[in-house]
Write a protein that binds this ligand. Sequence first.
Ligand SMILES: Cc1cc2nc3c(=O)[nH]c(=O)nc-3n(C[C@H](O)[C@H](O)[C@H](O)COP(=O)(O)OP(=O)(O)OC[C@H]3O[C@@H](n4cnc5c(N)ncnc54)[C@H](O)[C@@H]3O)c2cc1C
Length: 493
Amino acid sequence: MERQPTIPVTWDRQADVVVVGFGAAGAATAITAHDAGARVLMLEKAPKGQEGGNTRVAGQGYLYVSDVDKAIAYLNALCGHYAVPQDMVRVWAEEVHRNNDWLKSVGGDPQEHQHQPEGIEFPDLPGSDSVHKFHDGPIVGYSNTWKAFARAVHERQVEILYETPGVELIQNGATREILGVRAEQDHRPINVKAKKAVVLTCGGFENNQEMIRNYLPGIPYCYTTGTPYNEGDGVRMAMAVGAELWHMNNYAGPSMALKVPEFRTTFPMRPLGPTGELPGGMIITGPDGTRFGDEKRRTSHGKVKVAGRWGPLSTPCPMFMILDHTLFSTGPLYNKGAASGWNPLVEVYDWSKDNQAELAKGWIKKADTIAALARIVGQDPRVLEDTVSRWNQHCDVGEDRDFGRTKMLNPIKEAPFYAVELSPSMLNTQGGPRRNEKGQILRPDRTPIPRLYSAGELGSIYSYLYQGTGNIGECLAFGRISGRNAAAETPWE
Ligand SMILES: Cc1cc2nc3c(=O)[nH]c(=O)nc-3n(C[C@H](O)[C@H](O)[C@H](O)COP(=O)(O)OP(=O)(O)OC[C@H]3O[C@@H](n4cnc5c(N)ncnc54)[C@H](O)[C@@H]3O)c2cc1C
């Protein structure tokens, strides 16, 4: 028997629609439900100033599609063997097509990204010319689009409880209806009544190492460049009331980045970023001291094509970026000026200009010889020496004969030498409770759990390949769908 939480005798708070999580999906849901006449209460786990989730620190692009039928063809092609029901695909396309009008209607200013053709991630797939990446206002980046969503929420009478994570859904054991949410404030439980419905918009499981190990392919652990507050709570809450899960093995990653115990999220490294050519030598090695790929390879949100099939980039952990003093001397190894990510935008960590502070902290290791460096990072000195000398030979002839790398073909030769441990890193997970075209969360028999909806990356529609800006585009689309349908429910008393 599934355990059912007892229906509380007293309710501490109440609203028509309770929205759990204040990112793009929560914002679109709250705005829509409010404008449809519902009283809306939002629960947010993060403290005020750190709400917004991945949306707050994203690249700020959202998807708009100019042609519904072409967009349907494109999404079907992205899903490939992992097909998604056609009624879902159609409402996704129809709603994403309305994203610009909606943003205008809430006071925003939709602007198309420049360099549009580069933004189409899979130009060879059918319908790709329907893809358009938009943002709010004249400048892309620095949380601008998020600010437009947040402003539209704050202009409305939507109550927001910060530092109040939703913990458990309150379900009527007989009818299976969702009646509210048990949340926590100052570590004390509060019961929040939802007279019409609960909408889960609390993001993915980017910070839940157990779920990462269980669900994401090929990685023993992974960290995020996004919010530290998405810990799979929505997955857990939905499972506890009988939801089916989908797309749990799909994620926007991996890339490789530095993760240190002092910070919750990852630091993107400048030599691996879109920097073009930097002087000095750099390779990445796996635990056995050998290289495993083109370190400068661009991926499609973590996926690479191997033998004609897309799959996650291989990341044999622990991995080390090995570099020489020439590269070390070019400035911060951290991509400090990144326009997205939690550490650049929220923590605003001030990495030293000469990397000396991070060397002193032990984030960067240093040795006079490659063999000594290998011993520090636990690799076989002879193997690492061979790897570096082979790399240097590739550089001498101007051709990486092992992996065909074409950028930064510079030898690792100027001592001292340095190593930075890299971890698999991701933007976001796509999996979560399965939803239908009305935004309702489904049971394994595909019937809806009454009065329970979702939107956003928690149970996203993206099952395999991912088109950049698709996540926020989908947050807006399904936020509106779920907000509309939640507000249209008849109150349960
Ligand atoms: C660096 C980076 C760049 C990206 N760039 C883009 C881009 O340009 N375009 C794009 O489309 N996508 C981008 N993505 C992905 C995109 O940002 C996310 O998938 C999307 O913003 C998710 O929105 P959401 O509302 O579903 O979740 P989020 O925006 O993550 O919001 C979830 C909210 O729920 C809160 N929460 C978590 N647990 C609980 C709980 N138990 N109770 C209450 N609240 C809870 C969190 O604190 C958070 O505020 C990027 C991601 C990253 C990390």
